[in-house]
Design a binder for this molecule. Structure first.
Ligand code: NAD
Length: 430
């Protein structure tokens, strides 16, 4: 089966590389020429463990290539995935312009295509989008009928950045919301090597499964952050509480790590989007509204803690370790670090930052920050240190690493420092 993928960002690129690895021929499409050229050289435009190796191998053996020519890609394949971005609008609703643009262009390409073609929406879209927006656009631009002349399906993606390749290759479940039988079977064949449950449902339900899943995970995070805030006041170890709670199989240990809150390109925008859909329908999702409020407040607690110890930030040097929204990625979209660094800069502090992967992306937002090639450089002469991302290398830090700081203030937003190695530090919830 030959596959084309429209949108070669985190999801499209990983989907393409993994499907090529599974033996399919894949054409990646993107509007950004630089990305296309990098992919064709076997270089990943984003950082993701294992992706470079997979790209090199599959570009090398000819199973994968990238192009800016969408029509050619659609014509040479039988299934096209839509993996373009669905960012937030100011209102919280998703901006569907990339999806509608891709659907219109695919529709036009289908006009002259011979044989049955399936279009699969993999981008996260709110319930109803595949059937009421994508399918009609494909019909309008192709002059053909969905379900009869071509197929349409929704197949949400659950991979986590930082572990995207591993997650794609080892899914917990596959969800297929097809409008027609041929498309449903094509997707089942595509994923036949995976040993996991396959849930077949309607496109709307598939779309809702994705949003409800992310909303649930975000809820767990905000819930445990509130528990963590209370534990700090009560002098209780929130991580011990998490261990005790996590042993309950109905609760589970994952996503119970108190800290500075969630970020990234999915949870924040998906929580906002499903709340916006709900408001349109005249219903308030009270829990999710609070989840968002807690998450907006949580990073600022780092600044509150810092100001308690260092009331005046002006002309003080603050080392910030970790910029990406989580370890294993260079993605800084909606990372808590953005709000924390903004507050530090607004307060007049000099920020020295380090991150193993995300500094290039951060530079595009904050030019005035001093970017350091090592943690040692970042800590040199700093009055305070804020630890924001749980990169494994920060777990190794010990007292001697902090010696070159001018001040003694170390505050961590993720539970990573080892109290046996670092004597004095404070945690956001501990
Ligand atoms: P991204 O912004 O990294 O990538 C989107 C890509 O689409 C970009 O490279 C952009 O240039 C390209 N593009 C836009 N319009 C195009 C067009 N008309 N033709 C060709 N290419 C076009 O986004 P992402 O993080 O990969 O997310 C994609 C979708 O998957 C979103 O809906 C997101 O919510 C969802 N999702 C993301 C993740 C994740 O961890 N990033 C996980 C699951 C689902």
């Amino acid at each position: 089966m030959k596959i084309s993928i429209v949108g070669s960002g985190y999801v499209g690129l990983v989907t393409g590389a993994c499907l090529a690895e599974l033996g399919f021929r894949v054409i990646l499409v993107d509007v950004v020429l630089d990305k296309v050229e990098k992919i064709n050289k076997g270089i990943s435009p984003v950082y993701e463990e294992g992706l470079d190796r997979m790209l090199r191998k599959n570009v090398g053996n000819g199973r994968l290539h990238a192009t800016t020519h969408l029509e050619k890609a659609v014509n040479g394949t039988v299934v096209t995935f839509i993996c373009v971005g669905t960012p937030s609008r100011k209102s919280g609703e998703i901006d569907l312009s990339q999806v509608t643009g891709a659907a219109s262009a695919i529709g036009k390409s289908l006009k002259n295509k011979k044989g049955f073609h399936t279009v699969v929406v993999k981008s996260s879209v709110v319930p109803g989008t595949t059937e009421n927006v994508v399918a009609p656009l494909l019909e309008k631009n192709s002059g053909m009928k969905a379900g009869k002349d071509f197929g349409v399906a929704m197949n949400p993606e659950f991979l986590r950045e930082g572990r995207a390749v591993e997650d794609f290759m080892n899914p917990d479940r596959i969800v297929i919301g097809a409008m027609d039988q041929v498309s449903s079977e094509a997707l089942e064949r595509l994923y036949s090597k995976f040993r996991c449950p396959v849930l077949k449902t309607t496109p709307g339900t598939a779309e809702m499964i994705k949003y409800a899943s992310n909303a649930m995970l975000a809820t767990k995070i905000s819930f445990v952050n509130e528990i963590g805030n209370l534990c700090k006041k009560l002098g209780i170890d929130t991580y011990e509480v998490a261990e005790g709670m996590g042993r309950d199989s109905r609760i589970g240990r994952q996503f119970l790590d108190s800290g500075i809150g969630y970020g990234g390109s999915c949870f924040p925008k998906d929580v906002r989007a499903i709340s916006a859909v709900s408001r349109r329908k005249g219903i308030s999702l009270h829990v999710l509204e609070s989840v968002e409020d807690v998450n907006n407040e949580q990073p600022m607690k780092m600044i509150e803690l810092l100001r308690k110890r260092m009331p005046v930030l002006r002309n003080k040097t603050v080392a910030v370790l970790g910029l990406s929204f989580k370890p294993g990625t260079d993605d800084i979209r909606e990372a808590p670090s953005l709000r924390i660094v903004k507050a530090l800069v607004a307060g007049g502090a000099k920020v020295k930052a380090h991150d193993p992967q995300a500094m290039e992306n951060f530079k595009k937002v904050f030019r005035k920050v001093e970017y350091c090639g090592s943690t040692e450089d970042a800590l040199e002469s700093a009055d305070a240190c804020l630890l924001l991302t749980e990169w494994p290398e920060y777990k190794e830090l010990e007292d001697s690493d902090f010696k070159q700081m001018r001040g003694k203030i170390i505050i961590e937003g993720r539970r990573i420092l080892d109290s046996k190695k670092v004597k004095k530090f404070e945690g956001i919830c501990w």
